[in-house]
Design a protein around this ligand. Structure first.
Ligand SMILES: [Fe+2]
Length: 401
């Protein structure tokens, strides 16, 4: 697993797991060569070991971050130990300054992952091989699963997860159903914290779920939205001993405001699981709108990327400051669990049902171009946000025009 660091131009982050504890686990890195003759250039960095005991199984996880690298440079990397190592795979640092780049956004994979998610990841890898990272809007795995659900996730992403950094936000199904009685208790899978090597710059207690990265040109923000029912009848935990409280939610919103207020990047994308505007008639997320929407409007967030509804929709909110501006809200899904949209909702301009999708976002100084695809690579949505010399944003719908 490769992830973005806080300094993507100068460092690379990796995490992996094994059924056995390898005392000498490490990451090895070398400057990229087209041929195999680079052994004298290899540098080795020891990995941190984490142990996860879950449903009778103990897995060993490892993390290593390599720094002092050259911006916009390809490297060859492998991870493991003396006995068992990965293949040499490619990794690439970000440029030091803004250069045009593309990234991918996907929604829930969640159900029957190994049967249905691989073709999405393969389409992403072949359609957009130069994408710089993949954003996940939560529900990567199944809430009622055992460790196999994480095994399926790893195998589904395969070498794509090693070669392209993943930028995940946790969904409700990334929490395991711990107990139903006397209190419905859900805990973020311990595998989450072990699987990803994410920046620790979130608010205290929310490290590893709430974080941001400045990829040159765009501030990327992951938020924790799983606080929909902090009533007495449900307890939600981020770690074994850390229950989500109203104070924690408030500290995240305060953190979000600081991160948006200090943003010097021309573009901003926020990813989290529950939609600010749902497209389902059996759902309503007013609590989320109350918490964050005004901040998104005030600070001019460009993209709000979400999942959870098991369909695709895109639009401006019904109570947006100004239709045709930002933010643009999108909901997508990559997995097989499908739900119908409520056509009475008026906030979205595009809706698709029953299609596994992926989105490519192309970012340059003057415009952000968004495209959504089905698995035949058919275009299913497109829009552009242009940015003029004053920094003012202008939205153009390419799908409905
Ligand atoms: Fe969900």
């Amino acid at each position: 697993m490769q992830n973005l660091t806080e300094n993507p131009a100068g460092s690379l982050a990796f995490a992996w797991r094994s059924t056995q504890n390898r005392e000498t686990a490490y990451v090895e890195i070398a400057p990229f060569r087209s041929g195999p003759d680079f052994s004298e250039l290899v540098e080795r960095f020891n990995a941190e070991h984490h142990q996860v005991y879950f449903h009778g199984l103990t897995d060993h996880y490892f993390k290593a971050t390599v720094g002092e690298l050259t911006p916009d440079t390809r490297y060859l990397v492998r991870v493991g130990s003396d006995c068992c190592r990965s293949e040499w795979f490619e990794a690439r640092t970000a440029p030091e300054a803004f250069e045009p780049f593309s990234f991918i956004y996907v929604g829930d994979t969640q159900n029957d992952i190994l049967s249905y998610a691989p073709r999405v990841y393969r389409n992403i890898a072949t359609h957009f091989p130069d994408a710089r990272f993949v954003m996940h809007a939560g529900d990567l795995v199944l809430s009622s699963g055992d460790d196999d659900t994480w095994g399926e996730f790893y195998e589904a992403g395969s070498w794509l997860f090693r070669q392209i950094p993943q930028f995940p936000a946790p969904g409700n199904s990334d929490h395991n159903r711990w107990t139903l009685e006397p209190v419905d208790t859900r805990k973020l899978y311990p595998q989450w914290h072990a699987t990803f090597n994410l920046p620790g710059n979130g608010p205290e207690g929310l490290e590893g779920v709430t974080y941001y990265v400045d990829y040159p040109g765009m501030r990327l923000i992951s938020l924790y939205s799983n606080f929909e029912s902090m009533a007495d009848d449900r307890h939600i935990y981020i770690r074994e001993d850390l229950r989500v409280t109203h104070e924690l939610v408030a500290s995240q919103t305060e953190w979000l405001e600081n991160v948006l207020a200090s943003n010097e990047q021309p573009w901003t994308a926020v990813v989290f699981h529950h939609p600010v505007y749902t497209a389902r008639n059996d759902r309503e997320n007013e609590w989320l709108r109350n918490e964050w929407k005004d901040l998104f409007d005030w600070y001019g967030v460009d993209l709000v990327l979400q999942g959870h509804d098991h369909l695709y929709s895109r639009g401006h909110g019904p109570d947006s400051l100004e239709t045709g501006s930002v933010p643009v809200y999108a909901i997508s899904l990559a997995g097989p669990k499908m739900r119908p949209a409520d056509k009475n909702h008026t906030w979205f301009d595009v809706v698709h049902e029953g299609i596994q999708m992926y989105q490519a976002i192309h970012v340059s100084e003057k415009e952000l171009r968004y495209e959504a695809f089905g698995q035949k690579r058919e275009l299913l949505d497109a829009f552009v946000i242009a940015r003029d010399s004053n920094g003012t944003k202008h939205f153009t719908d390419l799908w409905n025009n």
